[in-house]
Design a protein around this ligand. Sequence first.
Ligand code: PRP
Length: 223
Amino acid sequence: MPHTVTDMNDKLTIALTKGRILKETLPLFARAGIEPLEDVNASRKLVFATSHDDVQLVILRGTDVPTYVRHGAADMGVVGKDILLEQGAAGLYEPLDLGIARCRLMTAGPVGWQPGAARVRVATKFVNTAREYFARRGVQADLIKLYGAMELAPMMNLADLIVDIVDTGNTLRANGMEPLEEIAAISSRLVVNKAAMRSRHEVITRLVDCLAEAVGEGADAPA
Ligand code: PRP
């Protein structure tokens, strides 16, 4: 039977998170034998063929990676644990901690900030995670959803505290803030669509094993 355009759909599609995570993902994938056939940073393309005939990569914003994988538009993905905590992991297996892009999800406030009696105003893009965190601690928090530059919110008296990713701590320091409490240790995770894990079990398992080897640790079998 002649090959048709639908053969494209037989490729295993892996959704990668662009930006900082991508820089650490590509060397890891290269060690596992998957390399894009062109420089992803020098291209405006979103879909890339790879050195592995059966694997293609799509490069997305991290917040969109679970959506593509959950709906089966991508079979697998690489995404920060911060986003998985915030969005929930329904429809996804999380078989492997890739150990890259390590950072911490933290509360932070202006240097010397002391809690008062009143409710605390918290600016963050991680509203679900933050809401759960403060509720667990019995703190009355009003969550304010922002999409970036969280550090500005206390300075402009929009919020008392923020919940954000802290890596070096430089962004906080540069804006007169300090980290307070750690909510979660973050790293990038491999996620797999649940239906794909059944229908394409062999190829996906092989890939997870290769990536686990590349990470230098054994992968737990998905539940
Ligand atoms: C994250 C985070 C902080 C910064 C922390 O933003 O929101 O602003 O990194 O890193 P640091 O502790 O090393 O200073 P990122 O640059 O990832 O951009 P984003 O706001 O688009 O997520």
